[in-house]
Design a protein around this ligand. Structure first.
Ligand code: MN
Length: 228
């Protein structure tokens, strides 16, 4: 088979302590999966359950690279999130089978052009220009569940220039990991290589050029990304 032009590169994530790498398929993101964040965004978590949107695999920014302040915005926000990485998928996966699909975990930043997202929300339009832009998903290396187990609780925080901005705990997730996988698999066919950004705790806010972001998920790892 001859391509009329070379296909785009496969996005890959490194894995801590292993030579193998993780090829990324789809990138699912959970919206409003921590009650305190739903409330800070002006929503009632009791009336509006979490939901999903997607980013593109090639929006992933590998750690070690700067996050370039994106165009067309004056209000880019940080959202620290744990990543769940799948080694298998399927349709209609029950919650009690869902954890069999999990390869491991990572730490990511769901960078958001909040001003553009706000305009789209008001108009009832899709969120892509607010969420799925270039380099909008900085990701750490993954860690295998075989090495660390399945974290169900532990601190999730983000510091900017050493100052804490976001703080939460994995035990505050509204949709737990098995529920996320099960729900997603009812609506889409999940595949090995899919990753899920599991939602952000409260304290989201803007970044500016020169900021040093340091995110942490207890038991999983850290991410360090500078805004340039
Ligand atoms: Mn998010």
């Amino acid at each position: 088979m001859n391509f009329i032009f070379p296909p785009q590169n496969q996005t890959i994530l490194p894995i801590r302590g292993r030579e193998e790498v993780f090829p990324v398929n789809r990138v699912y993101c959970v919206g409003r999966n921590y009650a305190a964040h739903a409330i800070e965004m002006g929503h009632d978590p009791d009336k509006e359950p979490p939901f999903f949107f997607q980013k593109n695999p090639d929006n992933i920014l590998l750690e070690g690279n700067d996050f370039p302040y994106p165009p067309m915005t004056k209000d880019v926000h940080h959202e620290i999130e744990m990543v769940v990485a799948l080694k298998s998928g399927g349709d209609n996966i029950s919650a009690d089978k869902a954890m069999d699909c999990v390869y491991g975990y990572g730490v990511s930043l769901d960078m958001t052009r909040r001003d553009l997202q706000g305009v789209m929300k008001k108009l009832g339009r899709p969120w892509e220009i607010g969420k799925a832009f270039e380099h909008s998903a900085p990701c750490s290396e993954l860690v295998a569940a075989a090495d660390i187990g399945h974290p169900g609780e532990g601190a999730v925080w983000l510091k900017i220039n050493g100052e804490t901005r976001q703080e939460g705990d994995l035990n505050q997730l509204i949709w737990k990991i098995p529920e996320m996988i099960s729900y997603l698999s009812d609506h889409f066919t999940l595949h090995s290589g899919d990753i899920i950004l599991t939602g952000t705790p409260s304290g989201v806010g803007p970044v500016v050029k020169g900021d040093k972001m340091h995110g942490h998920v207890a038991g999983v790892g850290d991410i360090h990304v500078n805004v340039s």
